[in-house]
Design a binder for this molecule. Structure first.
Ligand code: ZN
Length: 114
Protein backbone atom coordinates (compact mmCIF):
# COMPACT_ATOMS: atom_id res chain seq x y z
CA UNK A 1 0.00 0.00 0.00
CA UNK A 2 1.24 3.46 -0.92
CA UNK A 3 2.52 5.26 2.17
CA UNK A 4 1.24 8.62 0.91
CA UNK A 5 -2.29 7.30 0.78
CA UNK A 6 -2.07 6.05 4.33
CA UNK A 7 -0.69 9.36 5.57
CA UNK A 8 -3.36 11.29 3.67
CA UNK A 9 -6.19 9.21 5.04
CA UNK A 10 -4.84 9.42 8.55
CA UNK A 11 -4.70 13.16 8.22
CA UNK A 12 -8.37 13.34 7.25
CA UNK A 13 -9.38 11.34 10.28
CA UNK A 14 -7.20 13.31 12.65
CA UNK A 15 -8.39 16.64 11.26
CA UNK A 16 -12.02 15.61 11.69
CA UNK A 17 -11.50 14.00 15.07
CA UNK A 18 -9.74 17.08 16.49
CA UNK A 19 -12.63 19.25 15.36
CA UNK A 20 -15.20 16.89 16.82
CA UNK A 21 -13.34 16.77 20.13
CA UNK A 22 -12.72 20.56 20.04
CA UNK A 23 -8.95 20.16 20.34
CA UNK A 24 -6.54 22.60 18.69
CA UNK A 25 -4.20 20.81 16.24
CA UNK A 26 -1.10 22.28 17.89
CA UNK A 27 -1.96 20.97 21.33
CA UNK A 28 0.89 18.69 22.43
CA UNK A 29 -0.37 15.18 23.14
CA UNK A 30 0.97 15.31 26.69
CA UNK A 31 -1.02 18.49 27.37
CA UNK A 32 -4.35 16.78 26.77
CA UNK A 33 -6.45 16.12 29.81
CA UNK A 34 -7.75 12.59 30.19
CA UNK A 35 -11.25 13.80 29.34
CA UNK A 36 -10.03 15.49 26.12
CA UNK A 37 -8.13 12.35 25.28
CA UNK A 38 -11.15 10.11 25.72
CA UNK A 39 -13.25 12.55 23.65
CA UNK A 40 -10.62 12.32 20.92
CA UNK A 41 -10.61 8.53 21.01
CA UNK A 42 -14.39 8.34 20.79
CA UNK A 43 -14.35 10.91 17.94
CA UNK A 44 -11.89 8.77 15.98
CA UNK A 45 -14.04 5.68 16.54
CA UNK A 46 -17.18 7.47 15.35
CA UNK A 47 -15.42 8.80 12.27
CA UNK A 48 -13.96 5.44 11.31
CA UNK A 49 -17.30 3.74 11.82
CA UNK A 50 -19.08 6.31 9.66
CA UNK A 51 -16.37 6.19 7.00
CA UNK A 52 -16.61 2.43 6.77
CA UNK A 53 -20.40 2.54 6.65
CA UNK A 54 -20.27 5.01 3.78
CA UNK A 55 -17.41 3.84 1.71
CA UNK A 56 -16.30 0.27 2.06
CA UNK A 57 -13.83 -1.46 4.21
CA UNK A 58 -10.39 -0.52 2.92
CA UNK A 59 -8.77 2.79 3.73
CA UNK A 60 -7.60 3.16 0.13
CA UNK A 61 -11.21 3.48 -0.99
CA UNK A 62 -11.56 6.82 0.68
CA UNK A 63 -9.28 8.64 -1.75
CA UNK A 64 -9.91 8.94 -5.44
CA UNK A 65 -7.14 9.23 -8.03
CA UNK A 66 -6.62 12.93 -7.28
CA UNK A 67 -5.92 12.06 -3.68
CA UNK A 68 -9.13 13.70 -2.57
CA UNK A 69 -11.54 11.98 -0.23
CA UNK A 70 -14.18 10.03 -2.10
CA UNK A 71 -17.19 8.46 -0.43
CA UNK A 72 -16.40 9.98 2.89
CA UNK A 73 -16.33 13.55 1.61
CA UNK A 74 -20.04 14.22 2.20
CA UNK A 75 -19.65 14.02 5.92
CA UNK A 76 -16.38 15.90 6.32
CA UNK A 77 -16.89 18.89 8.59
CA UNK A 78 -13.51 20.59 8.31
CA UNK A 79 -11.11 18.70 6.04
CA UNK A 80 -10.80 20.47 2.67
CA UNK A 81 -13.05 23.32 3.85
CA UNK A 82 -10.52 26.02 4.78
CA UNK A 83 -12.01 29.51 4.50
CA UNK A 84 -15.54 28.11 4.58
CA UNK A 85 -17.76 28.74 7.60
CA UNK A 86 -17.41 26.47 10.61
CA UNK A 87 -20.52 24.32 10.98
CA UNK A 88 -20.60 25.12 14.69
CA UNK A 89 -19.89 28.85 14.95
CA UNK A 90 -19.96 30.05 11.31
CA UNK A 91 -16.49 31.65 11.55
CA UNK A 92 -14.16 30.90 8.61
CA UNK A 93 -12.04 27.79 9.13
CA UNK A 94 -8.26 28.19 9.33
CA UNK A 95 -5.61 26.15 7.62
CA UNK A 96 -2.36 25.12 9.22
CA UNK A 97 0.61 23.25 7.78
CA UNK A 98 2.62 21.06 10.06
CA UNK A 99 5.19 18.47 9.09
CA UNK A 100 4.12 18.67 5.43
CA UNK A 101 0.58 17.85 6.34
CA UNK A 102 -2.21 20.35 6.07
CA UNK A 103 -4.84 20.46 8.70
CA UNK A 104 -7.94 22.61 8.89
CA UNK A 105 -9.39 23.80 12.16
CA UNK A 106 -11.66 26.40 13.75
CA UNK A 107 -9.80 28.86 15.93
CA UNK A 108 -12.97 29.58 17.88
CA UNK A 109 -14.15 26.05 18.60
CA UNK A 110 -10.78 24.36 18.94
CA UNK A 111 -8.91 25.87 21.83
CA UNK A 112 -5.31 25.10 22.56
CA UNK A 113 -4.80 23.83 26.07
CA UNK A 114 -1.38 24.18 27.63
ZN1 ZN B 1 -16.15 27.10 14.99
Amino acid sequence: MDQQIVVGVGNIYITEALFMARIHPLTPANALSSSSLSQLVSAIKQILRRAIAQGGTTLKDFLNTQGKPGYFKQSLQVYGRSGQPCQRCQKPLNVLSLCQRTTVYCQVCQVKSE
